[in-house]
Design a binder for this molecule. Sequence first.
Ligand SMILES: [Zn+2]
Length: 281
Amino acid sequence: MLTLLWGLSALVLCTSCSENNDQITEPNSVEQTAETPWSKSVPKNVIEAATKLDLNVDHLRYDTFYFPDGTSEERLFIEEDIVMTEQEILALAKFTDGRQYATNNLVSQGRNISIIGYTGFLYGLSSKERNALSMAVNNYNSLSGVSISFTLTFGTNYQNKDMVVYRNPFQFGSGGSAGFPNNGLPHKWVQIYGLSSYNVDVIEHVITHEIGHSVGFRHTDWFSRESCGQNTNEGDAGVGANHINGTPTGYDATSIMLSCFHSGVNGEFNSNDITALQAMY
Ligand SMILES: [Zn+2]
């Protein structure tokens, strides 16, 4: 999940929020946090695959992933909001040199991506969330020098769409989840949760961020999770391995692809995010 970074005042009011508890894991630990129902430990080959892909393994865990039809399955959650199956992560690591990861796993250049905002029972987006989705799609469609584009519709018939954005009413905390592209297609499932009390810009931020993962963006602070108030992996040999030319290698405080967000975000790309998208597409 893209976890919420509480402001200082919010910390005083809310000391038992699950999203903060989520983040309290020891560096390099793959143990489950106490609140999750999963006791299954992550196998060594999966940890090795994640490491090879320069994914931050400090927050690698199994959890339940819900689809908009209410079905669910076990999936791996990586860096809190990136969701993959075991098969996906093992296949990516097998065929990918970590340094080429960003270029080998993108949406096909020039693709027009069909994206649907789900409006069905229980998992449907609220009107504010639908507005935020429109704003997020506009963030991408208004860029120049980027070959991919999106066609947004709203409804329930998501089977033949490239991406579906929906709300998980059962997830604690506030944020979203997504995955990485595969076979030239974006990751299909973009989930948001716990955002009803936030303004439309915050929701726009979360959806833009999760769409970013789905088209191949990494967390810009994957190495440290500094945006979450952490510094769990400083000095890691993999720092900057997937660096995109023309963007900073250090902490970029206003990137939309930071691991954690706060209630003051404006929902927009910063100039480095745009440079990165133009380089990728
Ligand atoms: Zn993320």
